[in-house]
Ligand binder design. Sequence first.
Ligand code: HEC
Ligand code: HEC
Length: 318
Amino acid sequence: MASKRMRYSLGVTLLFSLTVLAQQPQTVLQGIYTEDQAKRGQAIYKEQCATCHGDALGGRIGPPLTGQDFIGNWNKQPLSELVSKIRNTMPQDGPGKLSGQQAADVVAYLIQAAKFPAGRSELSADEAALKQIIWPAATAAQTRPSPSASQAPSFPPTGNLAQVMRGILFPSSNIIFTAQTHDPGAPPKQSTTPGAAAEEGFNWIVWGGNLYSGWELVDYAAVALAESAPLMLTPGRRCENGKPVPVDQPDWIKFTQELAEAGRAAYKASQTRSQEAVSEVSNQVADACLNCHQAYRDKGGRGLNALDPSNKANRCTK
Ligand code: HEC
Ligand code: HEC
C-alpha cells in the first residue's frame, strides 16, 4: 500500500515538474544542445546543405547560415520557426527529406557555430518544446541599417490603382485562394499536348508554368501581397477615375497595414507546407481585401458589382 502511494505521488511530482519545465522559456544561451548533437548536425550539413550554403556556413547560392544577418532574421521568433523552416523547405532542391530530429541536429550545429554554449541535454525535435526556446534580448536588438532617405531614389507610380490591383494583388491572391481547393504539394500534371494551357486563354502559365513548385508559388504570391502593400501609399498615384489615392486617410492606412499583415501571415502559413494552414489564412487575405473595398471600391450603385460603371465614378472617395 505504502509503496503504491509513493509511486503515485512521485508520478505527480514528476508530471508537475515536467510541466513547469515545459512552460519555462529558455534562451539559446542556456546550453540547449549537446556537443555530440552538433557533430551529428554538422555531418548532415556537410552532406545535404553545404553545396548551397557553403562549407563554412558563409553562403553560396543560398544565404549564410551564420553571422549577424542570419541571426537578425530569426531571433525575433522562437527556435521552432528555424527548425520548421529547415524541415519543411530545405534542402531547397528536395525538401521534406530531413526528419524532425535531423532538423534539430542541424540547428544544434548552427547554434554552436553562432557561439552559443553546449549543455547536457539535446535539443529536442518536439514542436512544443522548441516553441519555448527564444533568443536572448541582446541579439534581438540587432537590426539592419537602412539607407538614409537622401540617398534613396524615388519611384513614381507607373499605373493607376486599379492596374496595380489587377496586375499584382489579383493574381497573387488567386494563387492563395486556389490553395483552398488544390494541394500545392501535388505533383504537377504532365500535359500531353504542348501549349495546352494556351488553349485556356492568355496567362502566365504558358511560359514558366513548371519553373517553380506549387508551394514555392504560394510563397511568392504571399510575398507579393505583403510587399505590394506600400504601393497603396505611393504619393501621386491616382485611381482609374482620376481621383487621388486617399493615402492620407487613417482608415486607408489601416487597411494597407492589414494587407501587409495578411501577406506576412500567408507567407508564414505557406512556409509550414500545410494546405490547411494556407486555407485558413486565405480568409484573412480575403478580409483584408474586402474591408478596404467596402469602404473605397464598392460604392453602392446597383448592388456591389465592382464592374458597374456607376460605382467606378465614386471610387477612392469617402
Ligand atoms: C539547392 C540549394 C540549397 C540546398 C541544398 C539547401 N538550401 Fe537552404 N536555402 C537555399 C536558398 C536559395 C535559400 C533562400 C530562400 C529561402 O529562404 O527559402 C535558403 C534558405 C535557407 C534558410 C533560411 C535562411 C535565412 O536567413 O532566412 C535556412 C535556415 C536554410 N536554408 C537551411 C538549410 C539547411 C539546413 C539545408 C540542408 C538540410 C539547406 N538549407 C539546403 C538553398 C539551399
Ligand atoms: C487599401 C485599400 C485596398 C486594399 C487593401 C485592396 N484593395 Fe483592391 N481596390 C481598392 C480600390 C480603391 C480599388 C479601385 C481602384 C481604382 O478604381 O483605380 C480597387 C480595385 C481592385 C480591383 C479592380 C476591380 C476592377 O474594377 O476591375 C481588383 C481586382 C482588386 N482591387 C483586388 C484586390 C485584392 C485581391 C485585394 C487583396 C489581396 C485588394 N484588392 C486589396 C482598394 C483596396
